[in-house]
Design a protein around this ligand. Structure first.
Ligand code: TYD
Length: 217
């Protein structure tokens, strides 16, 4: 029998899980895997991502495709934040309110790391997201950690040989250094160089622990 919506398992105030990592870390694969695993176990789960597929997210992809010239770093930060405001209001908060497990592929830690690597102050970016906009804090951030060199090798392989150059390597090294320095209590570092099944097992174990912590008290 197929589970109908009102038969799905829920948790009071929901559970908010984020995946972060540099390009090529495998975080999107892991986010999708966790989503399917939770759904199969009967949970009301939502898989979502940033940049979103909404109007602001499309604008970001447009800028990425055409190149950054003409858009200042401040404007770029503004667009990511607008995208997140809509995402939080329309998708994340309503899902958490009904008790769903929300899995988000990238969140404001990506703004701190990427726009920080482009020259903005990481501490100011954190304040903008946490204090000015009060975006909800996740219950766990799974930071899938690989070396920038390994990340680039994976991207190049997926693209079938088109080579990302040295500039990209240097940039991802700056991004990774900012991610590495994050020490929020909900930050969980996971070795991304292991087999995907091993990463998935570690994630699944942590999520099960979070669920039992929240359902036992
Ligand atoms: P992502 O969706 O992970 O890439 P892909 O196209 O491979 O699925 O993210 C797109 C890019 O956006 C990625 O290089 C990181 C960047 N990004 C930022 O620079 N700042 C942000 O706040 C976010 C959410 C993403």
């Amino acid at each position: 029998m197929k589970t109908t919506d009102n038969q799905k398992k829920r948790i009071d105030k929901g559970l908010f899980i984020v995946f972060e990592g540099i390009d090529g870390s495998g975080k999107s694969t892991q986010a999708a895997r966790l989503f399917h695993d939770l759904e199969a176990r009967g949970w009301d789960a939502v898989l979502t991502r940033e940049p979103t597929d909404g109007p602001w997210g499309r604008k970001i992809r447009d800028i990425a495709a055409k190149g950054r010239s003409g858009t200042s770093l401040d404007q770029e930060i503004g667009i990511f934040v607008q995208d997140r405001r809509e995402h939080v209001r329309q998708v994340i908060r309503p899902a958490l309110r009904r008790g769903a497990i929300v899995i988000c592929d990238r969140y404001y830690f990506s703004t701190i790391a990427y726009q920080g690597a482009l020259g903005a102050d990481p501490a100011a970016l954190r304040r903008l997201n946490e204090k000015t906009h009060r975006f909800p804090r996740p219950d766990a951030v799974f930071y899938i950690r690989i070396t920038p060199r390994a990340g680039i090798a994976r991207i190049n392989k997926k693209r079938g040989g088109a080579n990302a150059g040295y500039e990209k390597l240097e940039f991802l090294e700056r991004v990774a250094a900012i991610f590495d320095a994050m020490d929020d209590p909900f930050f969980v570092r996971i070795k991304g160089a292991q087999r995907p099944a091993a990463v998935a097992r570690e994630v699944s174990r942590r999520v099960s622990a979070l669920i039992s912590e929240r359902t036992c008290d």
